[in-house]
Design a protein. Structure first.
Length: 251
């Protein structure tokens, strides 16, 4: 069987589910929110990671209904958390091409009752550069409602810093590839320092993903990074895990 046939069946049989990984304020350690992460529970392959199936879902357009479902579920779950905890949801460039993403986001917020300021949408640099003016207008509409916008995997793609000047961005997300080398190579720290300096200069926050060691966290605190995320701080968990953590955090 092909992956595509399996994907079609997975959508029909509701084999997809969401995990929620905590995000913390770097300096205080306070819980700030969660990122909603899509997973696939395949009947024979087990849990399949997004990197394996998202490209195929994008090729066929299946990512559009899947993406709408992710938005809906993430907002419904986040609405049960104490304010002001946020939820971050990844958007595919394909979702912008249908012209439906704005209605999907607004609908998910309306049906869940989640305050727009508690939703953060993550887009890759590729999405921004490929979709151009279409994305810019939609993001401006999101921002006017209070929805936050983050650039995922910042600095890893075919980057053009020009979009930072024209697009409504709240946060840049520093990729784990730059974190892995902290304390081991001579280039990772200067790169992260430069990214944080850039963020400070244009008045946006940072979130650093892939924090897996105490040493990395201490370095990121010294560099005044804004938020952190990674296995050292918390693994992706069920909605129940997220609720338990949210209650214990006493935000």
């Amino acid at each position: 069987r092909t992956l595509q046939l399996d994907l079609d069946e997975a959508w029909r049989e509701q084999q997809f589910f969401l995990c929620y990984q905590p995000i913390f304020a770097c300096q205080s350690g306070a819980l700030a929110g969660f990122e909603a992460l899509l997973r696939w529970r395949h009947p024979s392959r087990g849990i399949v990671a997004p990197a394996t199936f998202i490209p195929a879902a994008e090729d066929t357009g299946l990512i559009v209904p899947i993406g709408a479902w992710v938005l809906e579920q993430a907002c419904l779950v986040a609405a049960t958390w104490p304010a002001p905890l946020t939820v971050s949801v990844n958007l595919s460039p394909i979702q912008f091409r249908t012209g439906e993403v704005e209605a999907q986001v607004n609908g998910a917020l309306r049906r869940s009752g989640l305050a727009p300021r508690r939703l953060e949408l993550e887009l890759t640099e590729t999405t921004l550069l490929q979709e151009g003016a279409t994305v810019r207008e939609i993001l401006q509409n999101f921002r006017s409602r209070g929805i936050r916008v983050a650039i995922d995997d910042f600095g890893t793609g075919y980057s053009s810093l020009g979009y930072l000047r024209t697009l409504p961005i709240d946060r840049i997300k520093i990729d784990r590839t730059f974190v892995n080398g902290l304390g081991h190579d001579t280039h990772s720290l200067p790169i992260i320092r430069a990214m944080q300096g850039l963020a400070d200069a244009i008045s946006v926050s940072t979130i650093v993903e892939g924090v897996e060691r105490a040493e990395q966290l201490e370095i990121l605190r010294a560099e005044r990074c804004t938020y952190v995320q990674g296995y050292f701080l918390g693994h992706p968990g069920t909605p129940e895990d997220a609720m338990r953590m949210a209650k214990e955090a006493k935000v």
